[in-house]
Design a protein around this ligand. Sequence first.
Ligand SMILES: Cc1cc2nc3c(=O)[nH]c(=O)nc-3n(C[C@H](O)[C@H](O)[C@H](O)COP(=O)(O)OP(=O)(O)OC[C@H]3O[C@@H](n4cnc5c(N)ncnc54)[C@H](O)[C@@H]3O)c2cc1C
Length: 335
Amino acid sequence: MFARSALRAAQPLRMHGRGYATESAPKGGSNAFLYLAGGAALAGAGYWYLGSTPVAQQAEAKLKQATGAAAKPAFTGGDQGFVSLKLVDVENASHNTKRFRFELPEGDMVSGLHIASAILTKYKGPNDEKATLRPYTPISDEGISSGQPGYIDLLVKKYPDGPMSTHLHNMVPGQRLDFKGPLPKYSWAENKHEHIGLIAGGTGITPMYQLLRNILSNPSDKTKVTLVFGNVTEEDILLKKELAELENTYPQRFRVFYVLDKAPKSWQGNSGFITKELLKTVLPEPKSDNIKVFVCGPPGLMKAISGNKVSPKDQGELTGALKDLGYTQEQVYKF
Ligand SMILES: Cc1cc2nc3c(=O)[nH]c(=O)nc-3n(C[C@H](O)[C@H](O)[C@H](O)COP(=O)(O)OP(=O)(O)OC[C@H]3O[C@@H](n4cnc5c(N)ncnc54)[C@H](O)[C@@H]3O)c2cc1C
């Protein structure tokens, strides 16, 4: 279990501005900057637009309403730079994935991320020439529904020789890591779509979980959500308990279909790869009004289902199973 530390020292923010093109924050808390990826190998990266949008402002207003006070966002974008956060808890989520809890600088702070957003991490080892930068998608919300502001949780898979995931997996509570954000992805607003389909593979579940948790925990949001979640083995399924809880709590609005590449004999779900036939049966139909299908997973899954993204700002052409099933480019979002 993630135990919240009883004593929290207010940590000063450590700022780094190096190598980042920034825009100063406009009035009213709205701020933005363009992050230009350098030589560091950022998975599928190029650049992100960081900062507050009308949706971010709505989220902030919602937070204020929920907490009855001005919720202080930890990540404000603009020229904020990197914020150093202390790791307070680590849990094994599977044989190669851990869940990390980082404490926000002040106990009553919320992340300030609006849905759906990621966050950038930075680490420079003692023998590294350059810092490694990698984005991650927090799976904790902004503290609205949990009523527990003060931290962000990351779910990170370890890649052999992957510098950031290895560093994270070697970290122990008490150590610190630099974060910067938000990195806005798909801007959600309640009831934006009637029915959404989420197709995830492995840690591709993180943006989906952020999205569906936000939708389902909002009583005013009536959006239906269908998740198709592919994994290699049953042990690889991340957030299974959390997804089951959401399915039980919102049976009319949320369904999960698991697909296992290597299914045990006793497996009752689907096996093999995610097929067109399965998607045709469970996803909202392309003909329906106001639907959206989100895709996130390893390159092979992306290629087969929707085609890969070209860059964070370029969704690339829609190809693969979704194209064959008649979905349009506008109906699909690749995280
Ligand atoms: C917007 C965004 C959000 C992300 N959120 C998360 C998250 O919540 N949790 C998480 O674990 N990861 C997430 N990632 C991936 C993460 O940013 C890193 O790419 C990953 O942790 C590997 O970094 P690394 O430095 O350890 O290894 P790298 O040196 O980047 O990669 C090591 C090896 O693993 C391969 N690899 C890297 N990423 C993937 C992948 N996704 N699928 C298959 N092979 C891969 C590389 O091709 C390389 O061979 C996200 C990526 C993006 C773009």
